[in-house]
Design a protein around this ligand. Structure first.
Ligand SMILES: Cc1cc2nc3c(=O)[nH]c(=O)nc-3n(C[C@H](O)[C@H](O)[C@H](O)COP(=O)(O)OP(=O)(O)OC[C@H]3O[C@@H](n4cnc5c(N)ncnc54)[C@H](O)[C@@H]3O)c2cc1C
Length: 464
């Protein structure tokens, strides 16, 4: 069969891949995209979107339980897990379907099948109907990642789950162990705990949400414990003994092993890149553990071959993937885009309370040798937070004392995942404290706390 030729071929239709394809098409390139499973990738089908749909249900459930506080009454407050999950799957399907429309609208040729790279400039696609051979001078690998499985702690879909099982559960856990307190682990812990599961989180490092600023981790932990979660830090799950309907976890803390029983375990110990079966090694692409090694423009070192998104390493975030997609498509089209700066990419965790941050933590800024100024503002001092009934939270900002540059912003509390973008724009524009202090923030909004936190760093806080 004759091979089909394209200006650009994208492998993987997650946020990295489909955004690269659209940007390429906008720039007049003849683009093909290959996807082996589902348009929208993990993000739309098994990641960002369906988790947020589940968390919305648990949030509403929690608020209904507080009805009286708001002068309202609600009858018997209950949930139907099957319906909650159905809604989440429907939202995922709706968005995944939307990607199909976008491909059509942008005249992007979609091949549903598994791709591999038999030689430089060539892509072979195994579809239901046979093999398609494609060629292009520019190939973007955006094959994403999957859950990491640790020996002995592997998921079985019944007693031990990965995020996929947890998104479409076989039952409501009664006694739940979550291994790992990164964003994925803590979001599921938050969801199931709010719906009533007796939830324990085990974290091997010294604090939950270990990539966040230490003060934010501490604050969030206090709230999780208040909500009934058990948090075991500096602890490691060494072994899982599986029996009928029961898992006994051997958890080591400070050299001592405790054996605890659970009916469900969610393993959220990280992800591994989908680097296998593509033929990357044969082309001379460097792979570090499970990630393709790339430069700041996502170039692999093999002419015309790029890797973007989760397969190209941390931060493992959809918006990092899609931004890299835009950048590489522009490179392929002959433009001169900016490289993506990892330190200006915000991280958001949609647990309750939410956590969001951008830039350096206080500890990192000190480690890098900055002389810093730090500002803090509590939700308790903000009118909108009180009106919303959300008085628990804080906004923290870190500045370079010499230049006034905003080095980092860290937040915990209601809706902070929506607020953080204000500081992201600030960092992108290399904003200083003076710009932020002189900015007028609308009242009453939670965003006023961002202003107050900056004012606090410079000894000018008003409402505290
Ligand atoms: C439970 C969970 C919650 C998350 N929540 C968030 C969040 O709130 N915010 C956020 O920013 N990030 C979140 N993430 C991370 C986010 O999903 C990823 O960072 C993002 O999906 C990465 O995009 P990508 O394009 O690199 O890859 P993916 O979305 O993983 O897409 C890769 C695609 O490539 C396809 N593929 C793989 N191999 C081949 C092949 N050989 N041939 C053809 N196709 C192939 C796969 O089928 C897949 O569709 C979450 C992840 C999980 C698991």
């Amino acid at each position: 069969m004759a091979s089909k030729s394209f200006d650009m071929i994208v492998i993987g239709a997650g946020p990295g891949g489909y955004v690269a394809a659209i940007r390429g098409a906008q720039l007049g390139l003849n683009v093909a995209i290959v996807e082996r499973e589902h348009l929208g990738g993990i993000c739309l089908n098994w990641g960002c979107i369906p988790t947020k749909a589940l968390l919305r249900s648990s949030e509403v459930f929690h608020l209904m339980g507080r009805a009286k506080e708001f002068g309202l009454s609600a009858g018997k407050i209950d949930y139907d897990l099957k319906a909650v999950v159905q809604r989440s799957r429907k939202v995922a399907a709706q968005l995944s379907g939307g990607i199909g429309h976008l491909m059509k609208k942008n005249k992007i040729t979609v091949f549903m099948g598994a791709a591999s790279l038999p030689a430089k400039g060539k892509v072979s696609v195994r579809t239901d109907k046979g093999v398609e051979e494609l060629t292009s001078k520019a190939i973007i690998v955006a094959t994403g990642a999957r859950a990491r499985e640790l020996p002995g702690l592997e998921a079985d879909g019944d007693l031990v789950w990965t995020y996929k099982h947890a998104l479409d559960p076989v039952r409501m856990p009664k006694k739940l162990l979550v291994i790992g307190s990164g964003a994925i682990g803590i979001e599921f812990a938050s969801f199931y705990n709010t719906l009533g599961a007796d939830t324990t989180v085990v974290e091997v490092l010294d604090r939950v949400l270990p990539v966040e600023d230490a003060e934010i981790s501490k604050f969030a932990k206090k709230q999780f414990v208040k909500q009934g979660m058990k948090i075991m830090e500096k602890s490691m799950v060494k072994q899982l003994d599986r029996a009928k309907g029961k898992v006994t976890a051997h958890i080591e803390t400070g050299g001592k092993i405790e054996k605890l029983d659970f009916d469900t375990v969610i393993s959220a110990v990280g992800i591994v890149g989908n680097v296998e079966d593509l033929g990357l090694e044969g082309l001379g692409v460097k792979i570090d553990r499970t990630h393709v090694v790339v430069d700041e423009y996502c170039r692999t070192g093999v002419d015309g071959l790029y890797a973007i998104g989760d397969i190209a390493g941390a931060p493992w975030l959809a918006h990092k993937a899609s931004h890299e997609g835009v950048m590489v498509a522009e490179l392929v089209a002959g433009l001169s885009p900016h490289s993506v700066r990892p330190e200006s990419i915000a991280g958001c965790t949609y647990c309750s309370p939410q956590v969001a941050s951008v830039g350096y933590t206080e500890a990192k800024a000190k480690e890098l040798g900055y002389e810093i100024k730090v500002g803090r503002f509590p939700f308790m001092g903000n009118g909108k937070a009180i009106a919303l009934g959300e008085p628990e939270g804080m906004v923290k900002t870190v500045f370079d004392a010499k230049t006034g540059e905003l080095l980092g912003a860290h937040m915990v509390g209601a809706e902070v995942t929506e607020l953080i973008q204000g500081f992201v724009v600030g960092r992108q524009l290399e904003t200083t404290e003076a710009d932020l202090i002189n900015t007028v923030f609308p009242h009453p909004t939670l965003s006023e706390m961002m202003h107050e936190s900056v004012l606090d760093a410079y000894g000018r806080v008003i409402h505290m």
